[in-house]
Every structure is written in C-alpha cells, then in structure tokens.
Design a protein around this ligand. Structure first.
Ligand code: ADP
Ligand code: MG
Length: 267
C-alpha cells in the first residue's frame, strides 16, 4: 500500500523541503523503498534546486493544467534513487484543490511512498497538498512564533479531515530557552516523532545539491532521518556511531521522540 505523506508547516524556513529530501532519500537508499517526492509549493518551489534540478522543462503545473502526462515530468536522482516531480516558479492560482490528488492517483501504484513538499502560505496551495495526502507530518522549530504557526497548520488539517501522524522538530540546539518536546506535544496534542539538530551540514548539503543523508551520512541530522525512515518501514537500523550506541545502552528511558515512533509501525 502506497503511503502519501504531506510535509507541512505554515512558516517558511523550518525544514519542510529538507525533510522531504532527507527522509525520502533515506527511505529510497537505506531502506530500499520506491519513493517519489513532489513539489507542491507552487508559487515558491525549490525542491528541484536542492537536488540540482534547475529550470526543468516540464513541471507539476503542466500536469495540473493537462499540458503534460504525469509520467513525463518524473525526474530521477541517480545518487539517491529518488524520483522527483518539480514545480515551476509561476504564480497561478490553484483552480482545483483536488487536481493534485487526482493526478497522483494514476501513478500511486508504482511507489511505496510519495512525499509532498508544500507551501507555507495559508491558501489553496497548502490545501491542495493536504487533500492529496493520506497523512501529514508537521515540521516545526522549538520556538513560540513557529509553534503558533504549527498549531494553526494542525487546526487547518483537522478541518480538512487529514490525519497528522507526527511532528518533526527541526533545528534543535538543546538550549534551555527552546521549547521542549513535552511542551510542544502538550500544546499540539500530536506526538513528536523526530528531533533534528541544527547543523551547518544541512545548509552545505543544499549547496552540494545532495540529500544530507548521502552527503554526510553519519551526521546526527542524517542519523535521525534514517531512524525515522527505519520506523516508518518497520526495519532495523543500527546507529553507526559507537559512542552513541554506548550512551544509548546506559539510558534508563529512551527519548520521547524515539518512544513515539512506535505510532509509525502500526499506522
Ligand atoms: N537541521 C538543520 N540545521 C541547520 N539548517 C537547516 C536544518 N534544516 C534545514 N536547514 C536549512 O534551513 C533553510 C530552510 O530549509 P528548508 O528545508 O528550505 O525549509 P522550508 O522548506 O520549510 O522553507 C535551508 O537553508 C536549509 O538548509
Ligand atoms: Mg520549502
């Protein structure tokens, strides 16, 4: 059964596109899944840019306006095995918010996972991504302004009846001034399923036009995405860092986000 997962937040710069690429690349390369990533950030797309796909000839907008067949706009990223549908930077109102869902339905069977990157604007673009998804991951950073946007995103998804599986907490510095996993979960009523550190490798990966999970495969950011991908597929993943394994073995309890990942095994 294909899972179509929308990655959302009503704020730019929190890590939606990075998450779609890193998680998608790990699912494809580390866990042997057939993965398609789709840019549904129609007015400010950049999924292709992160992977060196600059100014593609045919895009998702051509598919939605019936100018191209969806199979003809799928690009392959050799290094990771990801399939990508990019978008073009043309500001045009989404006429039918169900069009994306309808178009994706015709190719769903070829994939294990379809991850949808979305627009941070609270308009028909995010609704289009939500309605095309079977479930959602919400990306947030651990600060009050972003959390308030996250709560709004959750409310909109609930109004649209699209289930939210979990929150991906990104750009974590482990500082006392940050909101904790517990505080975020309490405010949102949704489990945090990954806690990703802030590190310049994430920015370097974009400059290198590679997913961080292949560019810096043993970095803490990559390992957290790989652990999330492992939980999603029900596969085992061993942390390659000896030190981390030793620290883990002495822990009395696992971090909250690790425990929460059990929701993914049964979904
Ligand atoms: N964990 C992280 N640590 C440091 N920088 C990050 C991290 N995740 C993302 N970034 C950087 O933040 C910027 C915005 O990320 P992006 O994924 O484009 O966000 P969004 O899609 O939500 O707008 C990019 O430059 C990206 O490299
Ligand atoms: Mg983005």
């Amino acid at each position: 059964m294909t899972k179509v997962i929308g990655v959302i937040s009503i704020k730019g710069g929190v890590g939606k596109t990075s998450t779609v690429i890193s998680l998608g690349a790990s699912l494809a390369k580390d866990f042997n899944q057939r993965v398609l990533i789709v840019d549904a950030n129609f007015s400010a797309p950049n999924l292709g840019h992160h992977l060196g796909l600059i100014e593609p000839e045919k895009t998702i907008q051509d598919v939605i306006s019936d100018k191209a067949d969806i199979k003809d706009v799928i690009h392959e990223h050799e290094e990771s095995g990801l399939h990508i549908i990019p978008a073009a930077m043309i500001a045009r109102k989404v006429q039918d918010p169900f069009a994306l869902k309808k178009k994706l339905n015709s190719i769903k069977k070829y994939y294990d996972y379809i991850l949808i990157d979305s627009s941070p604007a609270l308009n028909e673009e995010i609704v289009s991504a939500m309605t095309a998804s079977d479930e959602l991951f919400v990306v947030t950073t651990p600060d009050h302004p972003t959390l308030s946007c996250t709560l709004k995103a959750i409310k909109v998804a609930q109004q649209k009846n699209v289930p939210i599986t979990g929150i991906i907490l990104n750009k974590v510095r482990n500082k006392t001034y940050e909101l904790s996993v517990d505080e975020i979960e309490k405010a949102a009523g949704i489990p945090v399923i990954a806690s990703i550190k802030e590190h310049h490798y994430a920015v370097e990966a974009v400059a290198h036009q590679s997913p961080i999970t292949t560019f810096r495969e043993k970095s803490p950011i990559s390992i957290e995405y790989k652990k999330l991908a492992a939980a999603m597929t029900g596969q085992h993943y061993m942390d390659p860092r000896f030190h981390a394994r030793v620290v883990d073995s002495f822990r009395k309890t696992q971090p909250k986000e690790v425990i929460n990942r059990h929701v993914l095994y049964y979904s």
